[in-house]
Write a protein that binds this ligand. Sequence first.
Ligand SMILES: Nc1ncnc2c1ncn2[C@@H]1O[C@H](COP(=O)(O)OP(=O)(O)O)[C@@H](O)[C@H]1O
Ligand SMILES: CCCC(=O)OP(=O)(O)O
Length: 354
Amino acid sequence: MSFKILAINPGSTSTKIAIYEDTKEIYKKNIEHPSEEIAKYKSITDQYEMRYKQIMDFLNENNFNVKELTAVVGRGGPLPPVRSGAYRVNDAMVDRLKNRPIIEHASNLGAIIAKEIAESIGVEAFIYDSISVDELDDIARISGVADIERQSLTHCLNMRAAAIKTAGNIGKNYKECNFVVAHLGGGISLSAHKKGRMVDMVSDVEGPFSPERAGVLPTDKLVSMCYTNEQPIVKKKLRGNGGLVSYLNTNSALEVENRINNGDEYAKLVYEAMAYQIAKAIGELSVVLEGKIDKIILTGGIAYSKMLTDWIVKRVAFIAPVEILPGENELESLALGALRVLKGEEEAYEYDLN
Ligand SMILES: Nc1ncnc2c1ncn2[C@@H]1O[C@H](COP(=O)(O)OP(=O)(O)O)[C@@H](O)[C@H]1O
Ligand SMILES: CCCC(=O)OP(=O)(O)O
């Protein structure tokens, strides 16, 4: 008997979906949500019906009978700290994501939509490697101000998948290896993996700037900015209008490269600065692993860029060999995670936090 799994990855401007039959992708779609459409909604949760309908329309257009599904898996959203791997989506999780998400992030719809579809046909819904996976060592939790604890919020799904794949490529088990992984997408985060555990990370508010996010900033200047601007304006400057958007008015690394290739020296300075900051964060996490590193892994959409990865490799090659796994295989990682649960190769946890 084969397993048919619907994987759902809601992003800020798109909902990516795929149907897998065991390990094989049989349908895939990137449903774009133009910014004018998104702007109509006050919160992420308010976008639920619009995104749900577009997913169901896609299944209907392909004459796919939803009742054929064995399970539905969604990207794990902004929950309180959870373990890596699979969780069953239950009412407590949906309540938390709908009413008390720890940040506003499109991924909070992953579990909510997955559960709705799964329930309508009487199958199970899962999340896998949520953005809030927290395996940090205690020493990594200290921020520098007693009432601010560091939050483990990362592109865990793609980074763990890349680390597990790299371990296989070098003929080892993930639990035997040490890796520093950098996810280079519209947002950038990095993680240190020590013998199968993500013991520290650099989140998208703590490290390099990215195509659309500011990364870490001088705190005194940030505080001043908060006193002269409304909160939504500051938040937008940090997420959405930060990074390449702030300096170059585009979130497309491809467009920036185009400008550089046409002689734009300012674009080159900014783009190289992004590589420089990524390399610095890799150095920071290399220290966490005391330099004992099997591979540094660069993944995500911008890892397709030879210009950017060359700049990074030049600065970090002295630490460890660099593996480049471009793109993000989030839909595949979700589907294969759920498949392992369905086959009994992996346990799914019960979510019981409020
Ligand atoms: N071949 C490429 N060379 C350089 N940058 C690329 C390439 N392909 C995609 N990108 C860039 O990757 C970024 C998006 O990465 P992705 O991992 O898809 O992020 P997200 O899922 O966060 O939107 C964009 O800035 C895009 O321009
Ligand atoms: C850092 C948390 C995960 C995240 O920001 O994902 P996106 O870059 O896909 O928005």
